[in-house]
Design a protein around this ligand. Sequence first.
Ligand SMILES: Cc1ncc(COP(=O)(O)O)c(C=O)c1O
Length: 383
Amino acid sequence: MTGMPAPKRIYLSPPHMGPGERELLLDAFDSNWIAPLGPHVDAFEREFCETVGVPHAAALSSGTAALHLALLMLGVGPGDEVLVSTFTFAATANAVKYLGAAPVFIDSDRETWNLDPGLLEEELAACDRRGKPPKAVVAVDLYGQCADYERILAVCGRYGVPVVEDAAEALGATYKGEPAGSFGSAAAFSFNGNKIITTSGGGMFVSSDRSLVERARHLATQARDQAPHYQHSEIGYNYRMSNLLAAIGRGQLRVLWERVSRKRDIFNFYRHALGDLPGISFMPIAGYGEPNYWLTCILVDPARFGATREDIRLALEKENIESRPLWKPMHLQPVFKDCRVRGGGVSGEIFDKGLCLPSGSAMTESDLERIAAIVLRTRPGSR
Ligand SMILES: Cc1ncc(COP(=O)(O)O)c(C=O)c1O
């Protein structure tokens, strides 16, 4: 005897492709530009700058590659320290380690979940007293919301420390009217499969300094010198984006604002459906900008809700719906256990209570209603 067919799997934030992407991909394929370079790469960089409002961009194989090159070009090397938001995905801190430097983790501000500018200032002052300034600061725009750049750039400017913006999750967000990716010396975006737009895998290095972007392109192309033969004067990387993937990226870029709008609607749906429940709260939206609402994140206070975030996750999983705890902060990761941290309690608590709800832009209203009903049923006494 066979049971009922399993309900359709709902993923956390799956790719959302359309006919435009298919057409451009086939155009790249038919042109035989099956290479890590080509006309779609050039066009993707140009259109990215126009759409997002950032000055110069180099398309790379991943957001991690963009972070790595940004730190490399700022001169980060063995023995250096780099101050990094602890509440992030591991790639942010890994890029520091690739260069033989040590990440020093800074906790989050409870009002934005992003790098706490007050703690950043304390750590910069402590580094100054020790006579060892950090080589750079990496601020992350978590879950599509910009960090507080006015305060971060002011304090870093006072100590002469450059800032890299990890905007991997924040394409389409703004801070005080300026786009994510336009703050600091350079910024990194990701087009990984779960991001608001995707090329399956890919990234973008962005800077207002044209020479930095040109140098990123050079380093990402094995640092090949201009010569008819293969000649190299420094160590390079194989980090360029392929022409096929850039074609997909161009198609995705054309629907970016639709995606942002749909993600905002999804956030508002959940807030309307679940926002009044005792013990449930949502990622705070800072008054200084507009996120891209990449993922809707909630906090579950078990004392008031009567169930934990893990109870909700398992209840959803039982119905074939994927949700996920928030990023486990870097200072709590076994691989970074020996790194210094300033604070840590805020992101630790948000991790303990936090859950990312399914936020795919192709979800239907009935998908959303199904998810909300399961969350509501998780509450004791609700049946
Ligand atoms: C905050 C953050 N930084 C960096 C990355 C790395 O980007 P990629 O996967 O494109 O290397 C990601 C996502 O994957 C991310 O979420």
